[in-house]
Design a protein around this ligand. Structure first.
Ligand SMILES: O=C(O)CCC(=O)C(=O)O
Ligand SMILES: [Fe+2]
Length: 265
């Protein structure tokens, strides 16, 4: 296994540009993908020789939307613990923290998915199908958290933290993440004042970035080249980002977590 040494640029890039990238180990990527693949295969016809892409195209949209809600896209404990420990080793001290944690699943997710307990940690995976509306709109994760905290969500972090300054989003490309399909960000947008409207949708209340801002900045969305070479991206909770509409013919699989830092007080 390669041991990668954190770059001293990490903290600087995060605070200046709002993001930075970091190599992600292959052994964890394989472990995560084998869980995802096993989950997806049991939704489709039992054809072991078929490629995962073919299995997915045999699953109806109805089954897909029922079985792929966020509650089912959470890694089992054995895997999420290893992801946390990798992040802890590489980023905790490096970002000036004395300990780290990851938020708990949402209570409703533990109701929907009986394999979860309310204490399980929320490291999600995501599978975006080609030419299907599986990718979300551009957003800032901080706006989601603010809404969820307002609605009483308890992340169950065993220390006090500030959701803007002590929390870093980590997004990990796992499969099919090429330059045109991988995560896009708007560098420096974490420092901007951006008008956000909360709208009611079929999934509940959702924060939306003002269409004027999005239109004015549509050419500023970019994807760091390291992402399509397998590195993960760490970004500020206020950085605007999105998973682009998917126009090639391969599945895009990724994972995401909130890495929460305990500061020495
Ligand atoms: O992967 C995507 O399509 C979006 C991911 C995202 O919004 C996140 O990880 O915060
Ligand atoms: Fe996000």
């Amino acid at each position: 296994m390669n041991v990668t040494h954190p770059s001293p640029k990490l903290q600087n890039d995060l605070s200046e540009k709002g993001y930075t990238t970091f190599p992600f180990p292959d052994h964890l990527r394989h472990l995560m993908l084998s869980h995802i693949e096993q989950f997806i295969r049991q939704l489709g016809a039992p054809k072991e020789q078929e490629s995962l892409d073919n299995v997915v195209s045999s699953i109806s949209d109805q089954i897909w939307s029922q079985k792929m809600t966020r509650a089912f896209r959470i890694f089992p404990k054995e895997i999420s613990k290893q992801i946390h420990s990798w992040a802890h080793q590489n980023f905790c001290e490096n970002l000036g923290a004395v300990d780290s944690s990851i938020n708990a699943v949402y209570p409703q997710e533990a109701v929907t998915n009986s394999a979860l307990t309310p204490e399980d940690i929320a490291i999600y995976w995501r599978c975006v199908r080609p030419e299907k509306p599986d990718a979300g709109r551009p957003h800032r994760d901080a706006s989601f958290w603010e809404l969820e905290f307002g609605e009483g969500y308890d992340p169950k972090i065993p220390f006090r933290f500030n959701h803007l300054t002590d929390c870093i989003k980590i997004w990990i490309p796992l499969k099919g993440c090429i330059p045109t399909t991988t995560l896009q960000v708007v560098p420096f947008s974490h420092r901007e004042h951006i008008e956000t409207i909360v709208e009611s949708t079929e999934y509940g209340r959702r924060p939306n970035i003002s269409p004027d801002w999005l239109q004015a900045r549509e050419n500023d969305f970019m994807s760091p080249p390291e992402l399509s070479q397998g590195s993960c991206i760490l970004f500020d909770m206020n950085l605007v980002h999105c998973g682009p509409k998917h126009e090639n013919d391969e599945l895009r699989i990724s994972a995401e977590l909130n890495f929460i830092l305990k500061r020495a007080r």
